[in-house]
Design a protein around this ligand. Sequence first.
Ligand SMILES: [Ca+2]
Ligand SMILES: [Ca+2]
Length: 505
Amino acid sequence: MKARKTLSLIRRILLFILVLVVSLPLFPARADTSSCSWYEIFVRSYQDSDGDGIGDLKGVEKRLPQIADLGFDGLWLMPVMESPSYHKYDVTDYFAIDEEYGTMQDMRDLTEACHALGMEIIVDLPLNHTSSMHPWFLEAVKAVKAGDMENPYIGYYNISMEKGSKMVPIAGTDYAYEEQFSGGGMPDLNLDSETVWEEIRKILAFWLQDVGVDGFRLDAVTSFEAGNTEKNVELLARLKKEMESIKPGSFAVGEAWTGLSEIQKYYESGIDAFFLFPISQAEGWLCRALRARTPASKYAGYMEDLIQALPDKTWAPFLANHDTGRAIGSLQARQNPAVAKFAQLVLNMTGGLTFTYYGEEIGMVGSGDDPNKRLAMYWNDSDMTLQPPGVTKLEYAYPCFDDQAADPDSLLNYVKKINAIKKEEPLIAWGKTEIAYSDTHVLSLRKTLGDATCQIVMNFSGSSEKTFENTDKWNIDRTLCITGEVTESGGVLTLPPYGMAILKP
Ligand SMILES: [Ca+2]
Ligand SMILES: [Ca+2]
């Protein structure tokens, strides 16, 4: 009798936990089969298809089988919507493709082609601001100038008599509009307006349902209401809820360019992932660790912070994007392709969704003025797009794509190997990550997913081999080395410089 009572109590507790879990306002986690090796493309600089020298959607589609062959399984297109600028972060029509890039039919074709190859595709969605040439804004300014302050378009933007560094006066009136990215002709939308939310819902539905993309990269989310994280998290939660009601399982990754503790707060919105800015760039975790005298333990320290801050979240590590200097510069790897390769390895073994900016896979360089970071993809010396306007430094440090494709030891082919290993071993991207071991030069990450587990052992020294005591007597499942081989003798692994082994029980 007593045993039965205990059993029924346990059952009741279990049921209670089940109800609690089901009623939590969380969206289902992404399946461990969804895209984990994402590729960011600046369409203008990627591949031209019609001879005008400007990259376009048909050009991307032409290169798609090659991108898939490299093992990238998700595509992020920088803005493709109608816009007067070369970068297109200032939209004039959310329902049209910029004619420089092609047509909406091209977009649908590209989306279909991605899906046929088992790839997901997301588009950049700038919602913090529109172009100052957007019909909504033109209408609003016209109304302010005419003194028609009841005009509904005025409420689309933050127009008031307020003064401040982010307020731009409307000529001939006492009014001004908010513009967080000043000088760019990008007035901030009023995200408190229900009318604006009706527009946003239409935009989301159009892209998710009508065009069929898998989701969005959300631009500048910390500027939604500048300086108000709590508010931004609320707005993002609403955005995610709208997306989920339109297309369950659709994906969003947010650009919250801020520190780890802030990023942690942004995850409370339910948005799938936020770019891990602290790991990126010359002063980020990865470059810092690789420059340190004790690189493995240094990186382990950063990983501990990450694990503690975002234990159950999908991470989105990256090294460089269209706004940052390229990794070859940050890593000081112009003369040292090995360190560029190893950085890619560590980045990808960290876990979660890795984002690779086009050209990083061939070690393109560029820093300083934005256009320098967005140079034409270096396929070869004859097949390149025009350079974006405003380039002040034009150079390519590593061989072109075609040459690297033909060289088994190239950075390109090394990246391809990493992507292939990730595809074969879902534990790497999707497993829960723990630090199993670290010393000055050796780091072992343990990954767990359901019943499966593995250890990823990496030698952070670029000059000498290091040993690792395989105390659990796990088997070597696979290895990836730049030079030499991993060997084992008497329960001790010897890893060559920058070598890696994956061990399994
Ligand atoms: Ca073109
Ligand atoms: Ca804003």
